[in-house]
Design a protein around this ligand. Structure first.
Ligand code: ADP
Length: 643
């Protein structure tokens, strides 16, 4: 069933959750795509780091050995200078690369932002509405934005590699001297790995809860900045309650972070305690060998250095694995999101030639036995819709709230696919069109809208300035009634929109915005024009102007006009009345009035209401005129009498 599509997909993808090492490799590959050096330095920083550490251990031991061998002062100085110089070169290389990783690793999350952004653009529209997809998107976005473990990962990888190499290499060096020492170190390491796996499991739960609380906090803070939510928060006096909820989430996040740190701290404490005894025993054993004369002083210094180095490297390894654990969780979210299938588009489309021919000839839209059920719902919202919209026809779609008009529009736009039945465009099943091909056929004026922080012309045409068809734009501005406002702007089409992004941008009133949206819908040369309540924010004069120009706006196009205002549908060739997801009446205005059915009933109720409104408006105009006349008469009287 269609409704379980997202659920089953996400469940299937969750089953294939990516593993720890595969996530590290994924992150390294991403780093390579973002910045080649970021990838190579993660590997190249390892040898100089390990080598300089090794020289650091070797240096004092060699000094003692040279003294034991009674080297000359010159030989000794040259040798020590050589080692110190090598160490300096290696440390410079290491510091340069690590510094680069620290600095440029901070921008790796931008690469993931870019990937997720382009991914989300490829989704079918209905995915954006599905709660499961939204949750996955939210988790991913939070992981990227907060950068949990992502920024540290590029440094944690070379450090943990150094930790691993150092641990193995020093362990082997120690093993050359004594198996007992190696056994002690292996016990120490096993204990470290055991506590690590316990802590990773414990922290995993915390990380999940952390993700949930971060999502909640992000949602609340986003809402607090939204204009629409801002109105409700103030009018319904929800500010304190909102703050309380936000505070709860922040405390939750703080608490979980604290618990994660505590867990890590307890692990380090337990490890340090075990190391204290085991390493202490190892040091005692070395002292014993020295005292018994089974070891030279230079070897003693070397092995003490090796033991200390082993402990340090092992501790680095564990610390960095814990850090990579956070990265692991963030990358799992990102991969889960990037693995979501993008589109159900199965075919290559009908081809550009056929598409152009179809656009030129005008289109017929046929809905055959269409039913639609929202995902997760049991009852259909639309049932058995059979409808043919002929080329060039102006169809009005009316119905009370909840009748299914918006759902039908979304089906016509290709956002939803019918649960049953099929949509045909000029007898070609909608399924056969490529997604972009289908979208190119439709132009819509939606109720909810977005303006981009670009110029007015770019917003109107979705084209670069040099690609704009000026003649068509002028026509759209005139027909939509937006031309006066457009001409009144100093910068005209170059005027910037969206104040949040541009200081010098302009704002429009509700009515102006609606005209702008109408102009935008007309600018797109699509053969199917859908207008969803295009007069909702218009005053009666502007509304009347729109009706007058409606035929011109639709010339050569098939159009669907959605309105709750029945009088506006008179300009259409045919009216469809939807009720509870079914077509209940169909015909011209006169036919439906003659029928004296549901439409006629609704029309009578609305006419009465609008008549009363009109009467009230007329009365208030008469009163205003009367007051104005009285004021004028009084003015003349006072002027003439000088009172
Ligand atoms: P109209 O535009 O005529 O007011 P809609 O098409 O918006 O009607 O809604 C028709 C029905 O579908 C309503 O009962 C509404 O609650 C339901 N509905 C709309 N959107 C969704 C959704 N995303 N999930 C579940 N039900 C929905």
């Amino acid at each position: 069933m269609e409704k379980s599509r997202a659920e089953s997909k996400i469940k299937a993808e969750n089953k294939n959750k990516s593993g720890f090492f595969s996530n590290i490799i994924f992150n390294m590959r991403s780093a390579k795509k973002w910045d080649q050096k970021l990838f190579w330095f993660q590997l190249l920083a390892v040898p100089p780091t390990v080598a300089s550490g090794w020289i650091g251990i070797l240096l004092p031991a060699e000094l003692v050995r040279a003294l034991e061998s009674k080297w000359s002062m010159g030989q000794l100085t040259a040798y020590i200078f050589f080692l110190a110089f090598c160490m300096w070169i290696l440390e410079m290389m290491m510091a340069g690369m690590m510094e680069y990783l620290y600095r440029n690793g901070l921008t790796l999350h931008l690469y993931y932002q870019k990937c997720c952004f382009s991914k989300v653009m490829k989704f079918d529209y209905d995915m954006l509405e599905e709660p499961d997809y939204r949750r996955t998107m939210g988790n991913t976005w939070n992981a990227i934005r907060s950068g949990f473990g992502l920024r540290e990962a590029v440094v944690a990888v070379p450090e943990s590699l150094c930790g691993m190499l150092g641990t193995v290499f020093y362990g082997m060096m120690i093993g050359r001297k004594s198996i007992l020492l190696v056994v002690l170190l292996i016990i120490n390491m096993s204990f470290g790995f055991l506590t690590l796996s316990v802590i990773r499991k414990k922290n995993e739960q915390h990380h999940k809860k952390l993700g949930d609380d971060t999502s909640k906090a992000a949602y609340i803070s986003r809402q607090s900045m939204e204009k629409s939510a801002g109105k409700e928060i103030r009018i319904y006096q929800m500010a304190d309650w909102f703050l309380e909820k936000y505070d709860e989430c922040l405390k939750g996040i703080d608490g979980i972070q604290g618990r994660i740190h505590n867990n890590n701290f307890h692990k380090s404490l337990a490890d340090a305690l075990v190391s204290f005894f085991l390493e202490g025993f190892a040091y005692l054993y070395l002292i014993f060998l020295l005292m018994k004369g089974k070891m030279r002083v230079s070897d003693f210094v070397l092995y003490v250095g090796l033991l200390e180095g082993f402990g340090r490297y092992f501790e680095t390894l564990i610390r960095q694995v814990l850090s990579l654990n956070s990265m692991n969780i963030s990358i799992s979210y990102i991969r889960e999101f990037l693995n979501l299938s993008e589109s159900r588009e199965k075919n290559g489309g009908i081809g550009s030639e056929k598409l152009e021919r179809l656009k030129e000839s005008g289109i017929k839209v046929e809905l055959k036995n269409i039913s639609y059920t929202y995902p997760g719902q049991s009852e259909p919202v639309l049932s058995d819709i059979n409808l043919v919209i002929h080329p060039g026809e102006k169809l009005a779609l009316i119905g009370l709230n909840g009748a299914g008009k918006t759902t039908l529009v979304k089906l016509l736009c290709g956002f939803y696919r019918p649960s049953a039945g099929e949509i045909l465009i000029n007898d070609i099943p909608a399924e056969e069109f490529g997604r972009e091909e289908y979208y190119s056929l439709v132009s819509v004026l939606f109720q909810d809208f977005v303006m981009l922080p670009l110029s007015l012309d770019e917003n109107l045409t979705a084209r670069l300035p040099e690609e704009i068809d000026r003649q068509h734009l002028t026509w759209a501005l005139e027909v939509s009634g937006f031309v006066e406002k457009y001409e009144s702007l100093t910068e005209k089409g170059k005027t910037l929109l969206v104040r949040e992004a541009n200081e010098e941008a302009v704002d429009f009133s509700g009515g102006e915005r609606q005209k702008l949206l109408f102009a935008r819908a007309l600018c797109k040369k699509a053969p199917l024009l859908i207008l969803d309540e295009p007069t909702a924010a218009l005053d009666p004069i502007a509304e009347n102007e729109l009706y007058m120009k409606y035929s011109e706006a639709c010339s050569g196009r098939t159009s669907v006009y959605i309105s709750h205002r029945l009088s506006s549908t008179r300009f259409c060739d045919r009216i469809i009345l939807l009720s509870k997801g079914r077509i209940v009446e169909e015909g011209t205005h006169d036919e439906l009035m003659e029928k004296k059915g549901r439409y006629a009933e609704l029309f009578a109720v609305q006419s009465r209401y609008y008549k009363e409104q009109e009467e009230r408006r007329r009365l208030s105009e008469i009163m205003e005129d009367a007051f104005e006349q009285q004021e004028e008469t009084e003015g003349v009287f006072y002027e003439q009498t000088g009172l």
